[in-house]
Write a protein that binds this ligand. Structure first.
Ligand code: ATP
Ligand code: MG
Length: 423
């Protein structure tokens, strides 16, 4: 036998036994985004490499070691599979001049690629839904974005399983002053730093504080805090954001160590975290990036957004028993006898026109085996057609979870099914 070819490590198939759960979740997301007036944007999965280097930052984990970068053999261009969605979205916004005299509320959803060590909740191809609100200086939009995610957790029934952490990163001058102080502090304690910490001391000292190494916690806790370096405007922005969250009854913890792994963030940043997924606890993360559009060659405009890891939210939904059991169908149509195929197909079509989801039996099969399939399909109702029904222009409607079956004229079938479904 020829050897089988397998999927690439860290890149998963979503099989039919699971895909309906993705569709359920994606459906909730789409409805949410429509309710808040956000518009979908679809950009390519491949972009030119400098886009990510310039926006995400040269000394970030993503750019240093996680990108799938390759050379286009036809022209030598360096291309990269997108590791996140903001860069491509903003590239498209600038390229198509979408901020000309207007603002934009955008969202995207799709696969992202990072070369990480695969584990639960961490994959090499994973999926994100993300939002970018562009042209708004905030903090009203900052609050809207967070309120929208809070609303999502409510709609999904997991609002008790996630917690909001917020922080402010100030503007670039404030960050530079803090950075100096932080480097001085870390230099004094250089002997305590791990390899990652030493490497980042000068390139990305803020990221040193974002370490997951428990041995460094005390050192990090005593480090100079950015909040002490904020000027009046940054302080007001942060206070304004918090006041709106308070007014909306959205609970949060202020986490001065929340810095985000991408360079482009400033001012408001936030993460939704859960303790139910082990180390991979961040399900949604975002913040403001007021300089990024200009950095990508656009006219300066403020922006804020977030990215949500769909796999992680799905793992959480599963852990909390908040996912549907089956894709679900309303009717399984069982039939047998001369002429039953066409008769049943017409009936199935009439039912679908009435908004009823129908799986029609195809192929051979005794009534008994067809009824077994009807049960296994998850349908609430079986509609049954035999020779007697064809002769009299009728069908039998049989509720599968209790209730009496009834033979009736075809015209009455849709209504009878709807009644049975409502029970
Ligand atoms: P982490 O600290 O877990 O590596 P990150 O800071 O790299 O996360 P972001 O770049 O902010 O993550 O991406 C937003 C969200 O995308 C994360 O909060 C997470 O839910 C999800 N995510 C990131 N990387 C992966 C991955 N390799 N596999 C699955 N989901 C991921
Ligand atoms: Mg990461």
């Amino acid at each position: 036998m020829t050897q089988k070819i397998q999927a690439v490590r860290g890149m998963n198939d979503v099989l039919p036994s699971e895909s309906f759960r993705w569709e359920y979740f994606e459906g909730v997301l789409r409805a949410l985004l429509a309710d808040y007036g956000y518009h979908n944007i679809r950009t390519p999965i491949v972009e030119s490499t400098p886009l990510f280097v310039r926006s995400i930052g040269e000394v970030t984990d993503i750019v240093e070691k996680e990108m799938y970068t390759f050379t286009d053999s036809l022209n030598g261009d360096s291309l990269t599979l997108r590791p996140e969605g903001t860069a491509g979205t903003l590239r498209a916004v600038v390229e198509h001049n979408l901020l000309y005299n207007t603002t934009q509320r955008l969202w995207y959803m799709g696969p992202m690629f990072r070369h990480e060590r695969p584990q639960k909740g961490r994959y090499r191809q994973f999926h994100q839904m993300g939002v970018e609100a562009l042209g708004f200086a905030g903090p009203d939009i900052d609050a809207e974005i967070v309120a929208m995610t809070a609303d999502l957790w409510r709609r999904l029934g997991i609002d008790q399983s996630v917690a909001l952490e917020i922080n402010t990163l100030g503007n670039s001058n404030e960050r530079a002053a803090h950075r100096e102080a932080l480097i001085r502090y870390l230099e004094q304690h250089a002997e305590c730093l791990d390899e990652d910490g030493k490497r980042r001391l000068y390139t990305n000292p803020l990221r040193v504080l974002d370490t997951k190494n428990p041995a460094l916690q005390a050192l990090c806790n005593a480090a100079p805090r950015l909040i002490d370096y904020l000027g009046e405007a940054s302080r007001a922005h942060y206070e304004g954001w918090k006041a709106l969250l308070d007014g909306l009854g959205i609970a949060y913890t202020e986490n001065p160590r929340l810095v985000r792994g991408l360079d482009y963030y400033n001012q408001s940043v936030f993460e939704w975290v859960t303790t139910d997924l082990g180390a991979q606890g961040t399900v949604c993360a975002g913040g403001r990036y007021d300089g990024l559009i200009e950095q990508l060659g656009g006219k300066p405009a403020p922006g804020i957004g977030f990215g949500m890891g769909l796999e992680r939210v799905l793992l959480l939904l599963e852990a909390k028993g908040r996912l549907p059991e089956t894709q679900g169908t309303d009717v399984y149509l069982v039939h047998q006898g001369e002429g039953s195929v066409l008769y049943s197909m017409r009936l199935a079509q009439a039912l679908r026109t009435a908004g009823i989801r129908v799986v029609m039996h195809c192929g051979e099969g005794s009534f008994k085996s067809q009824m077994r399939k009807a049960d296994a399909s998850g349908a609430a109702v079986a509609v049954i057609v035999g020779e007697d029904e064809i002769r009299t222009g009728t069908a039998v409607v049989k509720p599968l979870r209790g209730g009496d079956q009834e033979q009736m004229d075809l015209v009455r079938v849709p209504e009878a099914v709807q009644r049975a479904l409502a029970d």
